[in-house]
Each structure stands twice: as C-alpha cells, then as structure tokens.
Design a protein around this ligand. Sequence first.
Ligand code: ADP
Length: 653
Amino acid sequence: MFSKILIANRGEIAVRVIRTARRMGIRTVAIYSDADANALHVAMVDEAMHIGPAPVGESYLRGDRIIEAAKATGAEAIHPGYGFLSENPDFVDQVEAAGLVFIGPSAASIRAMGLKDAAKRLMESAGVPVVPGYHGETQDIVVLASKAREIGYPVLIKARAGGGGKGMRRVDDPDNFPEALSGARREAKAAFGDDRVLVEKYVEKPRHIEVQVFGDNFGNAVHLFERDCSAQRRHQKVIEEAPAPGMTAEMRKAMTDAAVKAAKAISYSGAGTIEFIVDASEGLRPDRFWFMEMNTRLQVEHPVTEMITGVDLVEWQLRVASGEKLPKSQEQITLAGHAFEARIYAEDPERDFLPAIGTLHHLRFPPDAPINSTMRIETGVRQGDAISPYYDPMIAKLVVHAGDRSAALDALATALKDTQIAGSVTNVGFLAALAQDKDFAAGDVDTGLIERKQAALTAKRQPDNGVIARAALAASGARPSEGLPDDPWAALPGYSHFHPIERQVSLHFGGKEFKAGVTALANGRFAVRFDGMPPMAQSQADLAGTVCWPGHVTVFAKGTSFTFSVPDPFASAADAEAGAVSMRAPMPGLVKLVRADKGDAVKKGQPLLILEAMKMEHTIAAQHDGVIAEIAIEGAQVTDGTVLVRFVEEAGT
Ligand code: ADP
C-alpha cells in the first residue's frame, strides 16, 4: 500500500478521499489555489502545496505543477477525484512518466471511452447493446439525414466529443433535421472544438440507470449493482438513488452482465461507471436498455452504492492502484436497503437555477440521522466559508440509507427540512419538494419529470405573519439574553427602562416591503406590530431559527427558509450626513479588476471596477461625475449591499 498520496482536487471529493486515506494510515498531500488557502481539504491533510491562482486553468488543471508537487512531497500516487484531470489520458501518461501511480484506469482505457462514437462502436463489437443509431465516420448531411430516416424519428443528434448535454438536439420532423444538425455542430465546435456528431434513436420516457463496475490489474471485473439517476434537470443529476426503483432480477442481470462485459472489453482497472439509457415506457424490460457512455473515474453519486453494499469505493481504488486484487468476488458483494443522495447547490431555483455565490454565514446539517436511517454529509465547506465564483457551487451532498425506498425517501425529506443554510440562495427547498413529490415517491421517474413539474417544485413560499414577526424581531437587534432571563431590557440594547420605545425595522421579501415596530415588554417578551396588524406577542424563543447576516435575516420555519433583506439604516444615515454618494454591490461577488484609485476624478459612465458574480462579469460604472474617496480592493469577496465606491463630494451637480 502507498504510504503517501497527493489528492489533485478540491472540495467535497478531496475531503472524501482524504478521509479514507487517513483511516488506512496513508499520509495525504493536498493542493490548493489562492482561493482555497483556508479551505477544509487543506486544513485536513498532513501537507499542502499551493498550486496557483484561483482560475482552474492556472491551478487545478495544471498537471505539470501537480506532478511537481507530488515529487516535491514524496507522494507515490495521485488521486484525481472527479472532474478536473480525472479523465485526461495525457495527464495519466505524464504521471506515469514521472514514475508516479495514477489512482484510476490506464490512459488507454480512458482514450477508448473518450469519444462517444468510437466507444459505441467498441461496445457494439463487444456485444453490449447500444442505442440504435449511426456512429460512423461520414459527416455528410445527406448520409446523416438518410440514416436518421432509417433509424426512425424522433432522433437525437449528439456531439461525439459531447459532455454536459452540449451539442445535443432532439429532432421530431425530418424537415427540421438540417437546421438541428447545424445547431448541434455549432455548439459542439464552440464547446469541444470538434463538430462531428452521431445520430441515434430518441428514447421515449427515458430513464438513466448506471452500473458501478470495478476492475483490477489481474483481469478481474465485478459490478456493485446499479444507481438510478433519472431525476435530472437539463441533463444534470439532482437526486440519485440505489437500487433503481422497480428493478427486476432479470433486468438487473442483463444490465450488470453487459456492464461487466464492457469493463472487460477494455481491461478496465479501478472504479468506473457504465451509463445506460432505458426505455421505461412499458416498465423495465431487458431488451430496452442501451449503453450511453462510460465514466472512467469515481462518480459524484458513488456514496449511494457504498451505502447499499457497505464497500468503501475509495479504499478499493487505493488497493487496486497499489497492485492488490479486488477485495471481494462478485458473490461476496451484496445489496441491502435503499439509499438516496441529494446534491445541495448554491443556486437559485426561482431564476432558472442560476448559480449563486456567497458566504455561508450559517450552515447547519441535521445533527443526527432521521429515525431508522443512517446519514452521511459529504461536504468541502464549513460555516463561514465562501462559495466562490471560481468553482462548482456545490455545498454538500446529503446521503441517507434506510431499510426500503419509502423509508429512505422519508429520511431524505426529513434531513433536507432540517438543513439550515444562510448566506447564499440554495436549492434545498427545491430538493425537499422533489423528495415529497407523489410521482417521485411512486418511483415513476424519467428524465423529464423535473422539467414537467418545475413550476410547482420551485414555487416560492410566502412568509406568513408569524414568520414576518420573527424576522422583524431578529432584525430589530433583539438578542437572546444571557443570565438575565427575566429582564426584557437586558435583551434589547438601547431600550429604555422607563419608556418602552418602539424600534422601527424595514424588511424586504419578494419585492414587497414590510415595515414593523418592535417593543420590548415585561417578562422577556416583545410586541411586533406591522402593516396595521394588531401587535403580535413574541418571546426570545422566537429568535431561535433566525439568523442575521450582513444586510439580511433568514428565518427557518415550516421545513424551509425565508430570507428577508434588511437595509442598514446606519449606512444610509452616514451617507446622507457626509453628503457623499456611494455605490453598492448589487449581489455577492468577487471584485476582479479595479480601474480607478482613491482621489481620482471620474466621469459619469466611466467603468470603475468589475464584479464577478453568478459566474458572470458585471462592470460597475460611475453613476455620476465625482472624486473617489474610497474604492474596493481587488480580490475582495463582497456581499450584496457592500459599499464598492464612495465619492468625496458630488462634482458638477
Ligand atoms: P452528455 O455526455 O452530454 O452528458 P449523455 O450521452 O451522457 O450526454 O446524455 C445525457 C442525457 O441525455 C442522458 O442522461 C439522457 O437523459 C439524455 N439522453 C441521452 N441519449 C438519449 C437518447 N437517445 N434518447 C433520449 N434521451 C437521451
């Protein structure tokens, strides 16, 4: 076994690999970019090497620097995690040329599966069912159109270099074929620099079922059952589970046999996944599944397989890469219970899942697994960490396991309702809604389920008066009192002992403003009055489940969260007093490029800085002529409402 390995990744997967390595007594080396100097994966390891600036092209994708770091620290092997360099065969060659071990398959295996058309031809010849279609070399439009007719409409045009659903077009009518083809080619060229396509039968009511396989360097290959990843949005997996709902012994045998055959056909070593598309229009039938692609790495959703089999897949990766045989034979691998994984992201379901960023001011996962279940939280962040614009905005994966599917799904819904995150918008409410969806609960999932129900699953819940009152109480500055439970005045700084003063607060939610007045009463209670409502009595207990963070207050209630924005009255008062005008960040982001200095006289419309937020760059231009008194510094992470520019005085007005 290795004595020291380098983990060429970040976030939850780096943390995941480190945990198993440490349990096995293997020393660990992390790499990190400027943005990750204080990240969890760095804090956990024995040694960490700085690898470059935040952008992935200058850090986590710099194979040369990663190999240097491994050599400098005496690591014997490199674990690539998923994404980044995990499926880059040239990197594998370089690692091996440097005398190190790549913890994963051979470069040849990765190359064999790298292009969809070649992989499909290879699988066809190995006797693995592939989607009926054309995977040939010819790219002539006349040939492709006639192949499409032969296959039968609807068809799907796919980029052979495809990934992430790019360069894919469904065509229902032969008349639209030429236009769809040029669209797919354009997109493929832009995304992959390769505009060659294949054409295949469009599968109706498709389900995505994949089989976990594992091979070693002695020609052995086994499967660890299947996962169902049909709950997708725009071809991105949302909730995964194992085993697949409705799976029959006959179907499982056909699928796992095909998967093991596929792995053996390329002498596969390490963890891999064979993805199949299944026509579920008439249930699961052994003649209706087809090979889609192979992922030659550990998958994001591998924990559901670990939960049902009790196998630590990272341990197996380390054992196989260090030259051991597969730890178990096929007969020794058994399946128990049912597991789900939900991917928690910083993204805004209401704005079509726009990626978000922010500081995780409050991050609380359920402290215990829901009753009769076991739970795993896979995360690379802690409370106080930021979701930056540089990397995937995943916050955590919540994984649960129980005796059967319905118990596991209940546990998932409960755990999601008990997850509290403030500081960034997240998809937690959406995931909880999906976990409680009737069709999902019935196991009636296909890849179109989420899109069909998107409006209902993402509907914003409105806060009721109780929630608004709790938000107002928290925003008023009331704090749980310490040591003086009976003295209401101690709880609310600035409140008079003799004349109860009403403190005014203004809250915004979903474009609406709520103005409230908060008064401290006797016996540790408060009265909150708003919008002509009779005053509502509140106690300090109502502060539990509320979190104040810069410019906001979040209330956790009824299994979801409500985030109000709270304009800072002191900041606006200071502005008014100074007669200065300031410009504030419209959303949380990263100050990327500052183009003006303190003391500069600037003209209206002049670009002052660039704020990177929501994966896009926003130019912040002067709203008027003026002299700059203060300006944000490059590299600063700001929350919405942070002052970016303050003017000394207003010139020319
Ligand atoms: P990518 O590599 O771009 O992610 P895949 O080939 O893995 O593309 O397909 C992504 C998703 O597209 C699948 O999970 C499935 O939902 C859908 N899909 C792929 N092929 C077909 C098909 N022939 N018919 C219907 N849907 C398909």
